[in-house]
Unconditional design. Structure first.
Length: 307
């Protein structure tokens, strides 16, 4: 099967507020898609509709060819969801959690034993399998949360901020597990606010803003036709540097000591002119190549959002 996830015209309204507006998105078998967006962009609502938690106001979501509304059982059998909030029973052991979730999906007998042993190995929890989860570290819980969604061999794995609050070793372990799953043909949708995670892990990226997919493609495709940033190093004391930064504040500047950075400016001349008019002494001007963060900020803006 080529396409494992297909969203067509998927939309959600809450009263007069449009949370998601006609999202079209496909994810191929064996692909890791990164889903990026600022707070309130519609990522969580889109995932909730995809998983059948929220009914869409319009459009369809198909998992492995099954419509999540009309063929819900078949669609959910092909889906594994790793939520941002831990979905574990802390008074049960790791093994008991995995067996419980496996039985919910109809896995029984020798297959359940084999899948539980496999999942414990993937999570690196074989030697802690029979300890209750409340004694686990945050990283151990995150790893168990991941494999609990895999016990039924889903075709599609959706991970919503799976590394929040984990140590670097657990993050690396989760990344290695995701790559291994992709190597076995699993399809992954990965949401994160950490752009460096998306850059390291994902084959393709979709950027959401204001309920829409505003760009999608490989990182190379997204950055290819977008200018990079401008970096200007100044000379002077603190008062002079502060005055120079204030002179270009309206042009989207970020100051780091004597260095001023501008993400994808429309033109360099107004910036240089404003700095010279302020009396600033320019020591160096350089261009920065576009990266995923540059593209993200250019598409979604720098302003903070609330959901």
């Amino acid at each position: 099967m080529g396409v494992v996830l297909a969203l067509e015209g998927l939309a959600k309204k809450f009263g007069d507020r449009v949370a998601v507006a006609e999202v079209d998105l496909t994810v191929q078998r064996g692909e890791i898609l990164g889903l990026l967006g600022p707070n309130g962009a519609g990522k969580t609502t889109t995932i909730s509709m995809t998983c059948g938690v929220l009914p869409p106001s319009a459009g369809t979501a198909r998992i492995a060819g099954h419509d999540i509304r009309t063929e819900k059982a078949a669609a959910k059998r092909a889906l594994g969801l790793v939520p941002q909030d831990l979905a574990l029973y802390e008074d049960l052991s790791a093994r008991q959690n995995l067996r419980f979730f496996g039985q919910l999906y109809g896995v029984r007998g020798a297959e359940l034993d084999a899948r539980t042993a496999w999942a414990l190995g993937v999570a690196g929890l074989v030697d802690r399998a029979d300890e209750i989860v409340k004694k686990f570290s945050g990283g151990m819980k995150r790893r168990l949360n991941l494999v609990a969604s895999l016990i039924h061999k889903p075709m599609l794995l959706i991970l919503d901020e799976p590394t929040v609050g984990v140590d670097p070793q657990s993050r690396r372990h989760i990344f290695d597990a995701i790559r291994a799953l992709r190597g076995d043909g699993m399809t992954v949708v990965y949401t994160s606010h950490y752009i460096e995670e998306i850059e390291e892990l994902c084959d393709r990226v979709a950027i959401m803003d204001a309920g829409r997919i505003v760009a999608s493609g490989t990182i190379a495709e997204l950055t290819q036709h977008r200018g990079g940033g401008l970096e200007i190093e100044l000379e002077g004391d603190e008062a002079q540097l502060a005055a120079a930064a204030a002179a270009v504040a309206a042009l989207g500047v970020a100051r780091d000591g004597a260095v001023l950075r501008f993400a994808r400016p429309e033109a360099w001349t107004p910036i240089v002119s404003a700095l010279e008019a302020s009396g600033a002494r320019i020591a160096r001007i350089g261009a920065q190549p576009a990266d995923l963060e540059t593209v993200f900020l250019a598409l979604t803006g720098r302003g903070l959002r609330d959901a």
